[in-house]
Design a protein around this ligand. Structure first.
Ligand code: ATP
Length: 321
């Protein structure tokens, strides 16, 4: 790998694997991420996200394969790799009794940032995180959104090229979520790489690239637009009454892979939805349900996540990587 290629690809992950006895938490994960990417890492509970991040942070050793961050091996050189990233955990990780400024100084000291340089960085981070007016407030007294901004600021104090975020906006209201995402855009614009796990589909839309992991395997890695176009079929939405009995009945039909409720309509996942609808127009099989309307819709990220996580292979193209 040349020096330039190293800077272009912040991550280089090759067959990274982790087993706990018989549990294969991560299986042969291989991918690269370019610098400046906002990478959304998605998967259902237990899919292997945390184990992957723990390996990438040098906190647990891979049982197979390897990974580098900006050219540094995440396990063999785990002391050094910690200077390459900041980590923002889901749970509040700061010192509640210390003020905003004291937290910044504590983390800066822990990373060995020299005094004058640290004060200059703290001033910049206070501006970036919009916390200037709270500089002397105890961290424990801040609102949830401000605490998260402070956690991000502290993760940046040693100026790493990469930030890991574990569900950065869990439990925050929409205004604070927007504020956190604006900060992530600013960081990406400065060339930082963001690696973020989230369960919010609207946040997945904000990522420049998304990876889906299931049972420890990477199923797809592409931009949100490319993932949405990985659907082989259009989706059928129907209006039907009464709604809940219809949802339950349709969920059990063998010709449907799945059904989801969206704004009072039912969205149907089927391998051949056109043929299915044509048959239903001729002979609607549910005498106790009234079909009020039908339309074709384009898939959104929630559909993509549902299709990948539920294994609806019949509606997806071969590969979205
Ligand atoms: P969540 O969204 O719930 O945090 P996740 O995608 O982060 O899930 P992991 O926590 O990485 O998933 O877990 C992946 C698999 O590895 C699960 O089956 C989990 O039970 C298993 N696992 C994780 N850590 C250990 C451990 N220390 N010992 C044994 N099994 C583990």
């Amino acid at each position: 790998m040349t020096a330039n290629a190293r800077w272009l690809q912040i991550f280089w992950i090759v067959h990274l694997s982790k087993s706990f006895g018989n549990v294969h938490a991560v299986r042969h994960l291989s991918f690269q991420i370019e610098s400046g990417t906002i990478f959304g890492f998605l998967g259902a509970n237990g899919a292997g996200k945390t184990t992957t991040i723990r390996m990438l942070c040098g906190l647990t050793h891979p049982t197979g394969g390897n990974a580098t961050i900006a050219g540094t091996d995440v396990w063999k050189d785990r002391q050094h790799v910690r200077t390459k990233f900041g980590y923002v955990p889901q749970r509040f990780s700061l010192y509640r009794d210390l003020t905003v400024l004291e937290n910044f100084r504590f983390f800066g000291g822990a990373y060995g940032v020299p005094g004058a340089e640290l004060e200059r960085r703290i001033n910049g981070l206070l501006r970036l995180s919009d916390l200037q007016e709270k500089v002397n407030a105890a961290a424990g007294s801040l609102s949830g959104g401000m605490r998260q901004l402070l956690a991000i600021g502290c993760a940046l104090v040693h100026d790493p090229p990469l930030l890991f975020f574990d569900e950065p906006t869990a439990g925050l209201d929409p205004v604070h979520r927007q504020q956190i995402w604006n900060l992530l855009y600013d960081l990406s614009n400065e060339g930082k790489t963001i690696f973020v796990t989230t369960h919010y589909m609207d946040e997945v839309e904000r990522c420049t690239e998304v990876g889906f992991i299931d049972s420890g395997r990477l199923l797809a890695k592409a931009s949100p637009r490319a993932l949405k176009s990985s659907f082989r079929v259009r989706l059928l939405e129907i209006d039907v009454e009464p709604l809940m009995p219809a949802l339950v009945r349709l969920r059990n039909r063998p010709e449907l892979l799945g059904v989801s409720l969206r704004s009072g309509s039912l969205r149907l996942y089927a391998q051949e939805p056109e043929k299915l609808m044509a048959r239903w127009r001729e002979d609607w099989p549910f005498k106790d349900l009234r079909l009020l309307g039908e339309r074709w819709v384009e898939p959104d990220m929630e559909d993509v996540f549902t299709a990948y996580s539920q294994g609806y292979d019949g509606v997806l193209k071969e590969s979205a990587s």
